[in-house]
Design a protein around this ligand. Structure first.
Ligand SMILES: NC(=O)c1ccc[n+]([C@@H]2O[C@H](COP(=O)([O-])OP(=O)(O)OC[C@H]3O[C@@H](n4cnc5c(N)ncnc54)[C@H](OP(=O)(O)O)[C@@H]3O)[C@@H](O)[C@H]2O)c1
Length: 345
């Protein structure tokens, strides 16, 4: 059994990692850390795990050697401690943004700080298996992924790879768990409930990951995003307005998605003429690791609308991180990630 620990296990992503890893047949969860809740049983914070584990949270200073450490700290809190994590575990999966971007100059630009360990950036593989499976097989260090970046990158990668779209404008509607477990005035129930709130009309940090991951043959993608908070706890729905550079029909678009994602265990193309569920919806993906992708070609124009949905805590964070670990450790990729979601919910 692989011995795995989770640093930052009191948060929402840490809780999802723990839920997944406790059910993973190849893994034993060795330790889980929290500074504020050290000494508490994990069900104090993650009540769904009551009776599933006797683990108690420990302080980071008590972290012992293990095979893999998942780190679910806020941005900027991992890079200064990377040597400490590397001393504890041979493999690291870091869920924060600290090792997602390859160019050190991107950190002051998008995050407002100089990277304290730029020599570590080339050692990390961007941890999205659909795009970097071969590199992950050889990797000891994988970054996590930005949730909004992931729903968009998976939706648009086949089209950018084929070079068939030019300017693209994406609107992402997101749930409250994207903000993590730490409360703020804006996340307080009277302020957050029932909102349709423009959260980041421009300048969202995940754009950096999209520009990095959707660049092909030296072409920088002409892509723009806005993020809106809506009445969801889990979930992200991306609606991308793509302007085609070639006159492609729906059959051509289908072909590009099939070529890119044939055999992918967690990508489903959702596009039906009839029924209630004609296009992707985040609600039915809660707790699952799927990314559902659909599209509609507008007649008489060059617009293609691509719609994609994920659970931000799963495919947008913990699910993809466990999938990346499975690739890095040679396990079957869907191991521990088989939960199909709930309906109705
Ligand atoms: N939420 C999402 O949808 C999502 C999606 C993709 C990626 N991520 C990334 O995943 C990471 C965790 O996100 P989250 O939503 O789980 O956040 P969260 O709920 O706020 O949890 C943060 C965790 O980090 C610990 N922590 C807080 N401040 C710290 C500090 N200064 N130094 C070290 N540890 C600290 C907390 O533990 P204590 O008990 O010790 O305070 C807690 O366990 C973030 O980097 C986030 O950007 C989140």
């Amino acid at each position: 059994m692989l011995k795995v620990s989770i640093a930052g296990a009191s948060g929402y992503v840490g809780g999802e990692l723990l839920r997944l890893l406790l059910g993973h047949p190849e893994v034993e969860v060795k330790q889980v850390t929290s500074e504020r809740y050290a000494g508490q049983p994990v069900h104090f914070l993650h009540p769904n795990l009551r009776g599933r584990t006797a683990l108690r949270l420990v302080s980071l200073q008590d972290l012992e050697p293990c095979d893999v450490v998942f780190v679910a700290f806020p941005h900027g809190q991992v890079a200064p401690r990377i040597e400490e994590f590397a001393a504890v575990a041979g493999r690291i999966v870091d869920l924060s943004a600290d090792f997602r971007l390859h160019d050190p100059a991107d950190y002051p630009r998008w995050y407002g700080w100089e990277h304290p360990a730029p020599q570590w950036l080339p050692r990390f593989v961007y941890g999205l298996p659909e795009l970097h499976r071969e590199a992950l097989r050889e990797a000891r260090y994988a970054s996590g992924v930005g949730c909004n970046a992931t729903v968009i990158n998976l939706a648009l990668w086949p089209l950018y790879r084929a070079g068939v779209i030019g300017k693209t404008v994406v609107e992402v509607k997101v749930g409250s768990s994207e903000g993590g477990a730490a409360p703020t005035r804006a996340s307080h129930h009277p302020e957050r409930s029932h909102v349709v709130r423009s959260y980041a009309p421009t300048g969202h940090r995940h754009l950096a990951e999209m520009l990095q991951e959707l660049a092909f043959d030296g072409r920088r993608p002409d892509i723009h995003m806005s993020v809106t908070s809506v009445e969801l706890v889990r979930g992200a729905l991306a609606t991308a307005h793509c302007f085609l550079t070639e006159d492609l029909g729906e059959k051509d678009i289908w072909r590009l998605y099939r070529q890119a994602y044939n055999g992918e265990p967690f990508i489903r193309i959702v596009k039906f003429r009839r029924g209630f569920y004609r296009y992707p919806e985040p609600k039915i993906l809660a707790g699952s690791n799927y990314c559902d992708i659909g599209f509609a070609r507008e007649e008489g124009s060059d617009r293609l609308v691509v719609i994609a949905a994920i659970d931000n805590l799963m495919k947008g964070a913990a699910g993809t991180a466990v999938q990346a670990m499975n690739v890095m450790c040679g396990f079957a990729e869907p191991t521990g990630l088989e939960f199909p979601g709930l309906h109705p919910i």
